[in-house]
Design a binder for this molecule. Sequence first.
Ligand code: SF4
Length: 412
Amino acid sequence: MKPVVYIARSKLDPGSITVTVFKMLDQLWSIVKPKIESGSRILVKPNLTIDKPWDTGATACPHIVEAIVRWLQMNTDDCEVIVGEGSMLGVDTFKAFEACGYLELADKLNVELVDLNRQPTATIRIPDGIVLKSIDVARTVLESDFIVNVAKLKTHILTLVSLGMKNMKGVLPYKSKKIIHFLGLDHGIVDLNSVVKPNLTVIDGLIGMEGLGPLIGRAVKLGVLIAGFNVVSVDSVASYVMGVDPYDVLHIRYAGKRGLGVVGLDGVEVYGVDPSNVRIPFKLPPRSIVDEYPGVHFILGDPCSGCIGSVVTALNVMKETAELKMLIDTYGCLTVAIGPKARLEGSSMGLTVICGRCLYHMSGKGVFIPGCPPQSYLVRDILRSKIGLPPVYVGEDVVREAKEFYDKMFRS
Ligand code: SF4
């Protein structure tokens, strides 16, 4: 049997979303008939990478998750359902739960919320791993009998799209997230998905995100949900809906090559709405963020999306407030080094900014911005100080303290 993917349209109000999710799950279960044993532990893992509400396009809609949990509670026998996520580096998961409406949801449904960044972990082997031979994963995930992966339909500045497979990175504690970024994100995503496999993936395309995803792109209203049991096939269909050839998404292509699922629409049985009827080509992230900020020279050394997101967020605000123009007028150019493999080697121009803990060893070669990733307000305030503007968010003492902390912690 070909992998089954279901596409549904929905209005955006909670009532319509609930009806759509119930119908979609009823249909999927009647076609595929997966079994959830009595007494199972079910983990529902929404994408709450950041503390921004779902209608920004950055995070998964709580009404979808509520409907999924209700459906599971009504259609399984004596199962425990928990909702777990580990937000991106620098974001407190419970702040994301709060900002995205999950605290109310947990109260209403009597389910536990779990911060996967702070759970005890276990090391699992990855026998066919390309960049990872083993990885630490939150025990809660490994002890779950059924995982529902609730991802978002959005672009990603580093991986082109962020869908089901990418969302699984949230099951990792901070340390493992960083390791994946250090070693190679696309292969790392596939390595992870080869051993921690979601049983059901639901992509929230009610409001997606295009452009500078996954954090600060533009919200796109689609009113679409895409679901299925094989994450690679779901991602393939979802990327098609965004106007992206799934073979252009490295981690989808690699997953297909490694036999984790079918890439492309030909090998998939699509139910519900015809994908071509909901296809809206998304504006893709710039292949190089250099294009977005004339006068800014980026040296990218395999940076984490958290670092890129912080820097881009800060630069966007500074572009709007003309602070960026002031900086470039003052220094001629701004060089921004991000990511553990960034090297200056004579390519630095104008004011040089060294971002993040992994480049602390180069902190003497420019303006160092502490953090892993640095917070965007810190990036902006430090840059403002270089053109004589007072801090907006933090005082100079905070910046000095952070630098002293780093000197103490990481001086070799
Ligand atoms: S400083 Fe930034 S690029 Fe470096 S490890 Fe931390 S988040 Fe990743």
